[in-house]
Ligand binder design. Structure first.
Ligand code: DLL
Length: 433
């Protein structure tokens, strides 16, 4: 039977959810107008005042915020309350320039932890569970978010953080951990390591995994589920909006329910900013309704996905988002064709490979080169050149039909591609250098 952390709100009728949003949005806009001069100026430039925002039908009148705004306002420019009310910061893993720094009041943290608690209960968690949190602790939101959620549910929490694979496995086995929380790429690595140690799915006490923070395919889900003998649930979130738990999967596993009592989701056309109808693919935009310290309105995530309000078998009424295909800025444009790493992963997993690969793109004589190093599994590994050539051809053909362009595949020996303990780094784009 489906269980909920806060049934009344998670299964509230859609009209009730609208009512909540209609009540919260004008208040939140007023809070931002009064406390965040940076956003107030953007509203003034657009000729909008808090009086124009009477409910969610007026949301489209508000200006967007983007990563560029976060950079321009760094570090305190989007703070929505006195620093003395803030109790913590978290930060993104930003690869270039300044990181995003997000602030939290104690109330903001409580709300966020509740969102993660909903995710844990949706994955079958209760106070009888032992939850191993193997997301990184520290500035990254993964560790703190799931840890907080696990405490709210009353689970026994193992704050492992990432890394030290041997110790991870030892604790899972010795303490009979039942729920594992980490990135899907790290889950795949743990699964691979446990298999190598001779552990069979039935020897492993885990029953569920809560995996997110990066794009992963259905094929990868099935692989991890099979090796660990668990049900693997997706979880989504971003530092700017709180962290993990902005949305989460239920037993139905068809999209992630967005915690709509706290966040409003929209899908827009990334080029024009136009709001798109339900079911259309576009860029996900979030408005946070309750956060006081870092109250972002209409924040453009750059994540590409679709939304659906179709009835869900789990009983939850909150709108669902499809697995993001990856960030719009993860998308590679190779020889003019859009390529998402997740498409490549699908082809690899469908052909019996694990998701251990690296994409290398370069530009030579004005033409893009597109190379993919793919690790063979131990069972495939052979030095029979003919066999390797045949395998390579099958993959290249599969990729060509998925992507529409040709990639050069190099099959490499097992364990030669560096494993990730957090978010995997799959792409080396030399063209930018
Ligand atoms: O990754 C928060 C998180 C931690 C989510 C643990 C889930 C679990 P950031 O480091 O700010 O926050 O990165 C946010 O990661 O905009 C997406 O592009 C990507 N992302 C997060 N979850 C998923 C997911 C955390 N389930 C960015 N599927 C987001 C695909 C995801 N992409």
């Amino acid at each position: 039977m489906e269980r909920y952390f806060q049934e009344e709100i998670e299964c509230a009728p859609v009209e009730k959810l609208r009512e909540i949003q209609n009540e919260k949005l004008p208040k939140q806009v007023r809070h931002v107008w009064d406390n965040v001069p940076y956003y107030r100026k953007k509203m003034e430039e657009k000729g909008v005042t808090p009086d124009d925002i009477k409910g969610i039908d007026d949301l489209h009148k508000l200006p967007f915020l983007s990563k560029a705004d976060l950079k321009a306002a760094y570090p305190y420019g989007l703070l929505g309350c006195d620093l003395k009310e803030c109790v913590r910061i978290h930060s993104t893993s930003g690869t270039t320039g300044k990181r995003v720094v997000a602030f939290y009041t104690q109330g903001d943290i409580d709300m966020w932890n509740e969102c993660c608690a909903r995710a844990i209960v949706a994955a079958g968690g209760s106070n009888e569970d032992v939850v191993q949190v193997s997301y990184g602790y520290g500035l990254f939101t993964g560790g703190a978010g799931l840890d907080g959620g696990s405490h709210k549910v009353g689970c026994l929490t193992i704050p492992q953080s990432s890394g030290n694979t041997e110790r991870q496995i030892m604790f899972i086995m010795d303490l009979s951990a039942t729920i594992l929380c980490c990135t899907p790429s790290y889950a795949a690595y743990l699964a691979e390591s446990m298999k190598e140690m001779g552990l069979k799915p039935e020897d492993i006490p885990l029953k569920a995994g809560i995996f997110g923070a990066e794009a992963w395919s259905e094929e990868m889900r099935r692989d991890i589920e099979k090796t660990l003998g668990i049900k693997a649930y997706d979880i989504y979130g971003l530092t700017e909006i709180s962290g993990p738990g902005v949305s989460f999967e239920c037993s139905d596993q068809h999209g992630m329910h967005i915690n709509e009592d706290h966040f409003i989701a929209e899908i827009i056309d990334p080029d024009t900013g136009e709001v798109l109808p339900e079911g259309t693919q576009g860029e996900l935009v979030f408005t946070s309704l309750d956060k006081k310290a870092f109250p972002l309105l209409r924040y453009r995530t750059r994540d590409i996905c679709t939304l659906t309000r179709e009835k869900c078998s789990c009983g939850r009424t909150h709108i669902r988002m499809a697995k993001p295909k990856g960030r719009s800025d993860d998308m590679l444009i190779i020889r003019g064709v859009n390529v998402f790493p997740s498409q490549i992963e699908t082809v690899l997993l469908n052909n019996g490979y694990a998701a251990n690969y690296q994409i290398i793109v370069d530009r030579i004589n004005n033409t893009d080169t597109f190379d993919i190093n793919v690790e063979m599994t131990p069972d495939m590994f052979t030095d029979n050149v003919g066999e390797v050539q045949a395998r390579k051809k099958v993959l290249e053909d599969g990729l060509k039909s998925m992507l529409g362009i040709k990639a050069k595949v190099t099959l490499v020996a097992p364990k030669t591609i560096t494993r990730s303990e957090g978010k995997a780094v799959r792409v080396v784009d030399k063209r930018k250098i």
